[in-house]
Design a protein around this ligand. Structure first.
Ligand code: DOR
Length: 425
């Protein structure tokens, strides 16, 4: 195994130092290190972050390998600075059995670019009718701890209660896609002034807020862990603030796109901006940014949702919701938060690793710690060219935008997955 000596790199909250990476761990940290056998990387001007961890990635395998595979999504993740991703269950077949979650887990190990931790479905086929084999998925080689019907809401309150009760036994988490389905029938975009003007059916904020309110009460009643996917409204932030103040075991994520873009993008009728939950108003964006800074929203998760060209480049009403996220998330975070490295490390690495229970991830580089880290050049700016992305899909809302920050290198247990900004394999 090659050793790497990173010279003069900035650590979060510390003066520039040298890092020696050997045998999968950070072997030494300090000024003036030497190691004749090591490959030297000039870290001057770079920031070393704990490898990013994404709690919400759609890898599309099995079933839609034309849109993404575990391998292509893993490569996109590594290029985005990630060392671990949690793969959502809305594949085909659905990841609702031990067999499918083990398949995704094994494909992740074979790709070897990030740690792929499968999320299991809550209900059979995401149909919202019967609980899936939660225990069998937890006991499988994949060791599933997070369950989600993401893409669909677990709308039946009794089923939601049963799911929360079931996972309590092994400290599992139900990650809810909060969308009251009757309130969003036929919805195409955020319900508000823009949807009225465009004549598109609206997705009201209350459809999200009502489910979060119900589920924090259920989680409190049962004493289980609840996670809220892609929080998108100012009202949801208020419900979460209230629940956290009561001591409910609830965590929440926000996506990069909900931190940056608003529903005014729908005026272009470009389906690249169609996403679920939809882009909201500037007031919501401001509330989400404040909640992230405050910790009412715990993490940034990408909701990386690759879609084939024919599913996106069509009329708005027929387009699938979702946008790419893995290769641009850190740049959007830098754009939105500025160089608040401790906050970025917390919201994009430490906290998601803690929530998902991913041992060896989310740890700041220090002697003895597994070398899962990423090197960022904060001074670089890059223009996003969809054709240059590693994802098999092209549905980025940031095409031709110039964004701050560039991932220079990513290490997974001491092995580089990205060097000089390029994937190693
Ligand atoms: O926009 C979305 N796309 N939201 C979801 O909840 C699911 C996702 C997908 O799977 O494409």
């Amino acid at each position: 195994m090659t050793a790497y000596l990173i010279k003069n790199v900035s650590l979060v909250g510390a003066a520039p130092t040298d890092l020696l990476i050997r045998d999968g761990v950070v072997a030494e940290a300090g000024a003036g290190l030497t190691a004749p056998d090591a490959t030297v990387i000039d870290g001057a001007g770079l920031v070393a972050l704990p490898g990013l961890v994404d709690l919400h990635t759609h890898l599309r395998e099995p079933g839609r390998e034309d849109a993404e595979t575990v391998e292509s999504g893993s490569r996109a993740a590594a290029l985005g600075g990630y060392t671990a991703v949690c793969a959502m269950a809305n594949t085909s077949p659905v990841a609702d059995t031990a067999g499918v979650v083990e398949q995704v887990w094994r494909l992740g190990r074979e790709a070897g670019l990030v740690d792929v931790q499968p999320i299991g479905a809550v209900t059979v086929g995401l149909a919202g009718e019967r609980l899936a084999e939660l225990g069998a998925m937890a006991d499988s080689a994949a060791g599933v701890r997070i369950f989600s019907d993401d893409g669909h809401c677990v709308a039946d309150p009794k089923l939601m209660r049963r799911a929360l009760e079931y996972v309590k036994a092994f400290d599992g988490i139900i990650a809810q896609h909060a969308e009251e389905p009757r309130l969003t029938e036929g919805a195409q975009m955020h319900e508000g002034e823009v949807s009225t003007r465009l004549g598109l059916t609206g997705w009201p904020a209350v459809a999200e807020e009502a489910i979060i309110a119900r589920d924090v009460l259920l989680a409190e009643h049962v004493g289980s862990r609840l996670h809220i996917c892609h929080v998108s409204t100012a009202g949801s932030v208020e419900v979460l603030r209230h629940a956290k103040a009561r001591g409910v075991k609830v965590t929440a994520e926000v996506t990069p796109h909900h931190l940056l873009l608003t529903d005014s993008k729908a005026e272009t009728y470009d389906p690249v901006y169609k996403v679920n939950p939809p882009l909201r108003t500037a007031t919501d964006v401001a509330a989400l940014r404040a909640a992230l800074a405050e910790g009412v929203v715990d993490i940034i998760a990408t909701d990386h949702a690759p879609h084939a060209v024919e599913d996106k480049e069509c009329e708005w009403a027929y387009a699938r919701p979702g946008m790419l996220g893995l290769e641009t998330a850190l740049s959007i975070a830098l754009d939105v938060l500025g160089p608040q490295w401790d906050l970025i490390a917390e919201r994009m690495s430490r906290a998601p690793a803690r929530i998902a229970g991913l041992a060896g991830h989310g740890l700041d580089p220090a002697p003895g710690v597994p070398a899962n880290l990423t090197l960022v050049d904060p001074a670089a700016r890059r223009t996003i060219e969809p054709a240059e992305l590693a994802s098999r899909s092209r549905n980025t809302p940031y095409a031709r935008m110039t964004l701050p920050g560039r991932i220079v290198a990513t290490f997974l247990r001491g092995e580089p997955t990205v060097l000089d900004g390029k994937a190693v394999k």
